[in-house]
Write a protein of this length. Structure first.
Length: 456
């Protein structure tokens, strides 16, 4: 990948990023005399459209009209919002976006003032300590508050310390999305600790999304997040060495819509206290648990809560009885659980009946039967993606029947299911017998092969 200049400018300092590695921030100070001279020449040219020669000849110089700001804003937004590829080339797309935005800032003053805030909105820092220091220097040296433009920060951290994080967050108080990965290739690198994160919520109270990888969060830090981030809707913790059962109760005041908790290696008992605290987040649309056991407790307690909190209303005039039940997560669209050995058919079917808006379902490690596959099409009419791994009670016939009946399905994956191999469902189309990937084309092929019936 070639050198990509990513420019962040202020009234007196131009901070240029040139990087050959995925467009990560590399900030330096550059001489602004040339740009200032160009700006002055442009301004003088715009102010003079008629030139009178000594002999009396008048020369009328026509200048391009200025684009209305309303249109220019849409142009810059289009440059910044190009769809990202769903592959490993995502970083290249980020480079392309930044390069194009940087080019926009160099067109003229009007483009600069519209494009520069957008250029700064998303910042990515890799493990290079020099780039972090240059960013801190640039934010501290500029007259304008460039940090106020930053809305998203991705920090792949192997060198940033608690004190440096504190310095950084002082400049980015309007931050909305923060992702920090504690990366340690040598096991001797400095890491951001829970102590360093404790001041983050007060410095960045507008956070709506917080993702943390490999952190041990203290009770004080969790409480600070719950107290000072009233707009937090997405919370992700990965590879957490330890997790207190009371952690989620400290976040009960946050309007969470997405909750993801996972461990890399060790299993972690899932307690009833944690599940009941999850039910406080009534607006959840995404729930993902990994390496929690037994994760089937999610469905079991949700079903019990629904039954125990049902209320019955009787109308005497018409003698009509209406029963209203409380669904823990009425807006749930994505559910991902592994280690589901405690989920049986009845528990699963009851849960999906009360949560019919699921778009994506991922389960691993249970003995669900074909009866569950048969129940999905009639219950989860919005289902688009299904991931089943080590589901030992389902058969190839049940899978084919499910695909035929679930017409809205766009992708399905079955891994290491004991009763069938991939070739039993799609002959001569698979490379790994234990992994069955079904995209739209293969799903349509299976449906055509089975005609319009209900399958066999």
């Amino acid at each position: 990948m070639g050198t990509v200049p990513l420019t962040k400018r202020t009234s007196d300092i131009q901070c240029v990023s040139k990087d050959n590695e995925h467009g990560h921030i590399h900030l330096t100070r550059d001489d602004t005399k040339r740009r200032k001279r160009s700006d002055n020449e442009t301004l003088q040219c715009e102010q003079s459209t008629n030139q009178v020669k000594p002999e009396g000849t008048v020369i009328d110089t026509h200048h391009p009209r200025q684009i209305p700001n309303e249109i220019l804003v849409h142009i810059i937004e289009h440059v910044a919002e190009q769809p990202r590829r769903l592959t490993s080339l995502d970083d290249s797309r980020w480079v392309d976006q930044q390069r194009d935005l940087h080019a926009c800032t160099l067109v003229n003053k009007q483009f600069y003032f519209v494009a520069n805030p957008v250029l700064w909105q998303e910042t990515v820092l890799d493990t290079n300590r020099t780039r972090l220091q240059r960013l801190l220097d640039c934010l501290a040296a500029t007259e304008r508050r460039l940090g106020h433009y930053i809305r998203r920060l991705d920090l792949n951290n192997a060198s940033c310390t608690d004190s440096e994080l504190l310095l950084l967050t002082k400049h980015i108080r309007r931050l909305e999305t923060l992702s920090i990965k504690n990366v340690d290739f040598t096991y001797t690198s400095s890491r951001i600790t829970s102590t360093g994160l404790q001041h983050l919520p007060q410095d960045c109270p507008e956070l709506t999304s917080l993702k943390l990888l490999d952190f041990h969060l203290s009770e004080a830090t969790i409480c600070a997040i719950g107290q000072h981030c009233p707009q937090l809707t997405e919370f992700t913790l990965c590879s957490i060495p330890d997790l207190n059962d009371d952690m989620l109760s400290a976040l009960s005041s946050c309007p969470l819509k997405s909750l993801s908790l996972s461990f890399d290696r060790n299993r972690r008992p899932l307690s009833e206290k944690m599940v009941m605290d999850m039910t406080r987040f009534r607006d959840l649309t995404h729930l993902s648990l990994s390496f929690f056991e037994p994760s089937g407790l999610i469905m079991t307690l949700a079903n019990n809560l629904q039954r125990n909190n049902g209320s019955t209303t009787t109308t005497t005039t018409t003698t009509k009885t209406t029963t209203t039940t409380m669904v823990p997560w009425p807006h749930l669209k994505t559910l991902s659980l592994d280690r589901c050995g405690d989920i049986d058919d009845a528990t699963f079917i009851s849960f999906i009946q009360s949560h019919p808006h699921l778009h994506l379902l991922r389960l691993e490690g249970t003995t669900l039967s074909d009866a569950c596959l048969d129940a999905i099409p009639a219950t989860l009419r919005d289902l688009r993606e299904l991931f089943f791994e080590s589901i030992d009670g389902i058969s190839a016939r049940g899978v084919r029947r499910f695909i035929q009946n679930c017409q809205g399905l766009e992708f399905a994956e079955f891994r290491r299911c004991a009763q069938f191999v991939a070739g039993d469902v799609v002959p001569n189309q698979v490379y790994n017998p234990h992994i069955l990937h079904l995209n739209k084309r293969l799903l349509a092929k299976i449906r055509r092969a089975q005609g319009t019936g209900t399958g066999h």
